[in-house]
Every structure is written in structure tokens, then in C-alpha cells.
Design a binder for this molecule. Structure first.
Ligand SMILES: [Zn+2]
Length: 195
């Protein structure tokens, strides 16, 4: 017994009794849906990157590594699903897992925006010394000031900054880092200025 790739119903003959599609039409329908959902997922990842630029979390690099792993796992799953669909193999369980992962970057983007936009508490100012600077060009340029940490158990902080702030500071400078606690407890950076 195989399942229809389109609707998931058990199927005894080539034409599915539940949705009326032949096995090749069902395959086409599934692959089209996979492609559409993948597009929604990729847009969600971009929305997350945008949100993390507006309300940069203090621990942005760790969060980006998590998102990156999630991104490639999900795309890997999509490729694997597509290959199985081509062979008309069973896909139901993995398809549900895949569909479940699609909204995750969107939810994380909304969480970051809510964490920053709805945070009404005044920023705390932490004094830190710039140890080094790090910039990466490319499609998603990232600039960090590596500074001494004010948090217990942390040696350094990698502060996400914009280009202006990045160019303004040198190694050894003392800076005021404005940190917000965040509505849902994700500390984020509102700005950096000379101490
Ligand atoms: Zn069907």
C-alpha cells in the first residue's frame, strides 16, 4: 500500500480515490507545493536577518549559528523529500516535519521584533573596552566590535554595529554600550558611543 503524494490518502490504484490525481500528477502537485513552501521558508530566513539588524541581539552570533544550522537542515530535508517524491516513495512523516519547520524563521523574526519594539524599559549603559574589530563583506555584511564583557562568565562580547559605528571606534577605545533587556529576555543593543 502506498500513499497519494498529493493528499496522503492510502491508494490502491494509480488514480487516487480521494483527490482524483494520478500518481504522476500527484508527484507534480507535491513538488510544486514543496517549492512554494521552500520559498516561504527562505523569505522567513531573510525576514529574520532583517529583524536581527533592526533589533540586534547581544548574542547575535550564537543565534545566527542556530538559524544557519536550521536553514541547511530544512533545505536538506526539502531536497531529500523531492528525491523521494521523484521515486514515488513514502513521504508523509517527513513532509509533516518539513511543513512544521517552514514557519520557524518567521516566528523567530516576529519574536525578535516584539522583543525589541515592545521593550519600553530604559537602556542600561555598560562600559567596555574595544579589543578588536571584525567585519565580513558579502551578501549579508556583518560588523562586530569585540569588547570586554560586563557579564559574569563571559570574557568578551561581540557587539553587532552598523558601518558608522564600526568606523568610529579603534582598538583600546572605551565605549558605552546601550543594552536593553528585551521584552522576552533576549538582551539587545540599541547603540554604542564613546565613553
Ligand atoms: Zn490523493
Amino acid at each position: 500500500m502506498t500513499r497519494c503524494l498529493n493528499c496522503g490518502a492510502d491508494r490502491a490504484s494509480d488514480v487516487c480515490e480521494a483527490c482524483g490525481l494520478s500518481s504522476s500528477a500527484a508527484e507534480f502537485s507535491l513538488r510544486k507545493r514543496l517549492l512554494n513552501r521552500t520559498a516561504i521558508f527562505v523569505l522567513g530566513a531573510l525576514a529574520f536577518v532583517a529583524a536581527s539588524t533592526w533589533y540586534p541581539p547581544l548574542d547575535l552570533d550564537g543565534i545566527l549559528i542556530f538559524i544557519g544550522i536550521l536553514f541547511f537542515l530544512t533545505l536538506g530535508l526539502a531536497i531529500w523529500l523531492e528525491r523521494r517524491a521523484l521515486r514515488h516513495a513514502e513521504v508523509e512523516a517527513m513532509k509533516r516535519t518539513y511543513y512544521g519547520l517552514i514557519p520557524v524563521p518567521w516566528l523567530l523574526a516576529v519574536l525578535l521584533v516584539a522583543n525589541g519594539a515592545l521593550d519600553r524599559a530604559p537602556a542600561q549603559i555598560e562600559v567596555a573596552r574595544v579589543i578588536s574589530r571584525f567585519a565580513m563583506a558579502g551578501a549579508m555584511p556583518s560588523r562586530r566590535l569585540v569588547v570586554t564583557s560586563w557579564r559574569e562568565g563571559h570574557r568578551i562580547e561581540r557587539i553587532p554595529v552598523n558601518r558608522n559605528d564600526f568606523d568610529m571606534f579603534r582598538r583600546g577605545d572605551y565605549v558605552d554600550v546601550k543594552v536593553e533587556d528585551g521584552l522576552v529576555g533576549i538582551p539587545w543593543i540599541t547603540g554604542v558611543s564613546h565613553h
